[in-house]
Design a binder for this molecule. Sequence first.
Ligand SMILES: Nc1ncnc2c1ncn2[C@@H]1O[C@H](COP(=O)(O)OP(=O)(O)OP(=O)(O)O)[C@@H](O)[C@H]1O
Ligand SMILES: [Mg+2]
Length: 233
Amino acid sequence: MDASEGFLVQAENLSKTYRPRDVSPTVALRDVSLGIRPGESIALVGPSGCGKSTLLSIIGTLDHADTGHLQVMGLDVQHLSRTQMADLRFRHLGFIFQQYHLFPGLTVLENLLAKFIGRPRPKHARAEAENLLNEVGLSHKRNSLPKELSGGEQQRVCIARALLSSPALILADEPTGNLDSENGAVVLDLMLRLVKGRQAGLLMATHEKAMADSLDRSVEMRDGAIVGNIQNI
Ligand SMILES: Nc1ncnc2c1ncn2[C@@H]1O[C@H](COP(=O)(O)OP(=O)(O)OP(=O)(O)O)[C@@H](O)[C@H]1O
Ligand SMILES: [Mg+2]
């Protein structure tokens, strides 16, 4: 663990304005500060457009804030090169999105191992991938293509892929947004069990209050700002 002062993420006063050409600018984040400790699970809640996905993208180093300070795993993100950011993501972060983003032409097992494309694949990677597929209950689908799976099954593959090589922090954007409530609850329970079992941190955007209540803490956003912070357990 190389996070400074015991934090996986320390975000201070992050602000972000989108300035698309020919459209008026949108302030997406206003002075957002957030710390995430190892093993902590945090729900980002708030209405559509309040800035949840923007904050996840910035913490995930997929986008950058205009102002403010961000440390991820003790590293000052604004001082990292693109390659260093890619390394940071590869080593320490796992992503789960509402749209599954699986490679349609690869099997379930190949989709997990695709995490290592362009990087040396550790010897134990395949065994770890098989083990994770077992944990998400999909060993029997290891040779299937994504289109042959249900939505819930595809999201379970994404959870396994995100957890492969044990990242310290999982970033999940509406991970159950495409699932009915019953399937959504199953996927959320599974994700929380695996994340907690590995003592990974979790930052998850969700519209659904019931989903947020199962995480350690809920951070409420409105209009780009954090307006509430509730300890759930
Ligand atoms: N690439 C972009 N270009 C311009 N504006 C953007 C862009 N991405 C987001 N926005 C705007 O920034 C604001 C925050 O968007 P964001 O996607 O972070 O909200 P959200 O809380 O994730 O919403 P939802 O719950 O609908 O997913 C919104 O007003 C949105 O229209
Ligand atoms: Mg969003």
